[in-house]
Ligand binder design. Structure first.
Ligand code: ADP
Length: 175
């Protein structure tokens, strides 16, 4: 298993799955969520609505999977990150759950490559360095990580890219 760091737009990534930083409604929003729905087309929203009708959206820390519609990826895994609230509302644990539950869903679907954005580090204001530490730790801790070929972290902004570069470089030889 290899960790790769990419600076850019997750909607352009060819992977078995890309992860969306969605919200509990699953009906789309701004940021990466808006970009995925805009470029992926209506098939993604239709499946999100079907899931919503079935189970009432997606709770914070949980994940659901849909088609990737017109995107180059095969699937979109929608996970709902926590809104940063000063760190007193289990934000760290919930963010870790986002990564672990997304990996579990990918593993259950026999997916080999998965690309993550910096969940919660945009509109939800999670501190970026802490979020990157949690992301990298969750990947290392996932019990079936060896089943994956590649985990891609896609950084949209320079700040996240620099943080991930700093934190992930010592890990790569180990993983
Ligand atoms: P959240 O509500 O979980 O904070 P956002 O979409 O606002 O979600 O931001 C999550 C992260 O995704 C931020 O680091 C933001 O810079 C990044 N981002 C926004 N658009 C894209 C994109 N097209 N590809 C990859 N990352 C993106």
């Amino acid at each position: 298993m290899k960790i790769e760091l990419i600076k850019g737009d997750i909607t352009s990534i060819t992977a078995d799955a890309i992860v969306n930083a969605a919200n509990t409604s699953l009906l789309g929003g701004g940021g990466v969520d808006g970009a995925i729905h805009k470029k992926g087309g209506k098939a993604i929203l239709e499946e999100c609505i079907a899931i919503r009708n079935r189970q009432g959206g997606c709770a914070t820390g949980q994940a659901v999977i849909t088609t990737a519609g017109l995107l180059p990826a095969k699937f979109v895994i929608h996970t709902v990150g926590p809104v940063w609230n000063g760190g007193h509302k289990k934000e760290n644990e919930l963010l870790r759950s986002c990564y672990l539950n997304s990996l579990k869903l990918a593993y259950d679907h026999q997916l080999k490559t998965i690309a993550f954005p910096g969940i919660s580090t945009g509109i939800y204001h999670f501190p970026k360095e802490k979020a990157a530490e949690i992301a990298l730790q969750a990947v290392q801790d996932f019990e079936n990580i060896a089943a994956f070929d590649k985990i891609i972290f896609v950084c949209f902004d320079d700040e996240n890219y620099e943080i991930y570069q700093k934190l992930s470089s010592p890990l790569n030889p180990v993983l």
